[in-house]
Write a protein that binds this ligand. Sequence first.
Ligand SMILES: Cc1cc2nc3c(=O)[nH]c(=O)nc-3n(C[C@H](O)[C@H](O)[C@H](O)COP(=O)(O)OP(=O)(O)OC[C@H]3O[C@@H](n4cnc5c(N)ncnc54)[C@H](O)[C@@H]3O)c2cc1C
Length: 385
Amino acid sequence: MTAGTATSDLVKIARDLASNSLAPRAERTDAEAIWPADSLRDIAAAGLFGLHVPKRLGGHGLGLLALAEVAEELGVGCSSTAMCYAMHCVATAVIAAKATPDQEQRYLEPIAQGRHLTTLALSEPGTGAHFYLPRVTFRGGDGGYVVGGEKSFVTNGGHADSYVMSAVAEGEEFDPGTFTCLLLDRDAPGLVWAPPWSGFGMRGNSSRGATLNDVGLPSGNRLGVEGDQIWYVFEVVAPYFLTAMSGVYLGVARAALDLAVQHLGARSHTHTGQRLVDNPVLADQVADMWRMIERSRALMRHAATLGDQGSAEAPPALFAAKIEIAETATQVTNLAMSLLGGRGYQQNGAMGRLMRDAQASHVMSPTTHLLKNWLGRTVLGQSIF
Ligand SMILES: Cc1cc2nc3c(=O)[nH]c(=O)nc-3n(C[C@H](O)[C@H](O)[C@H](O)COP(=O)(O)OP(=O)(O)OC[C@H]3O[C@@H](n4cnc5c(N)ncnc54)[C@H](O)[C@@H]3O)c2cc1C
């Protein structure tokens, strides 16, 4: 895979990986809550790790629209794997936004070569869904930092090579969005992982908590300069995070529609000899599912395009896209489960997994509650905080 590959070619690669690598492993990933090392290795080998790494460093130099499309394709194959990859992409975009030459060499070049997995560690037990209010603190400066506190729900936790982490200077007041991004390397002394993740869904994510016991970091592991923090939150973290999640959960909805279509085509009753595919009531429900998916995708791509253009209209569109897709994912998986009948319900199989995975779309922050509030306030001309 050469640097600077076009989005359409990367989307095709993602589609093939979803069918041939991710989907065959999805059931075991879920059942045994296995972090999907093999599928992520295949994604890296196919050249997708460097989606947001600049071309001059060996990456593809792409933005939000490419992330939306690639994440959707992978999400059709395995939601957990797609989310692990999507969080790597968000963290990569944060590193790439203002990387120093040293950070380019230590992080971005190995990412482009598929040798380094990174991820995002923002959420904390104390502030919950309000990920923009970290309480992990750092002290120090040019001689290096000492970091302490707790993170929660770190996807790829314990497996990634680096963690893009938010922290505030010791003694700083609660002030939305004023955190500093620091890079934490996997073997940092003082980094202690919580027990393995065993979620209701997204069971392959390894979304674990971590305690930072006075972890020492070199000063070169700070991203950007003092005063950049709000710029990071609104220009990089939020747009990439929202787009990554939108793509993955749209993939979940598509996978559910595919299962329903397959079932209606295959199931027939002995008393009529007719297949369910010929039933007009059930066809109406398939139409509803298709409409929800198509309109969500159109909104997601519109929002991602506005974001790539740096448009002032991008934030409300990105908020709306994630809300819309979370509702689509939960409604489509519900409808699909009813179309699979008792047979679908009987097994905790592929449809059950998709239903459980879809539920995380509302609670992964910015949650649906927060986003509706932010969207309404934006439309009303108010600050979101
Ligand atoms: C599968 C999974 C993967 C994740 N991966 C990551 C990751 O990689 N990195 C990361 O940083 N985080 C990650 N998270 C964390 C996620 O983004 C949220 O921070 C977390 O789910 C919040 O959980 P909580 O129980 O603390 O929620 P709480 O804050 O306790 O919220 C509970 C409910 O109340 C609602 N609520 C809270 N405050 C308000 C308010 N002011 N107005 C309206 N409603 C409100 C919320 O929407 C939510 O529905 C992940 C979470 C999950 C489930």
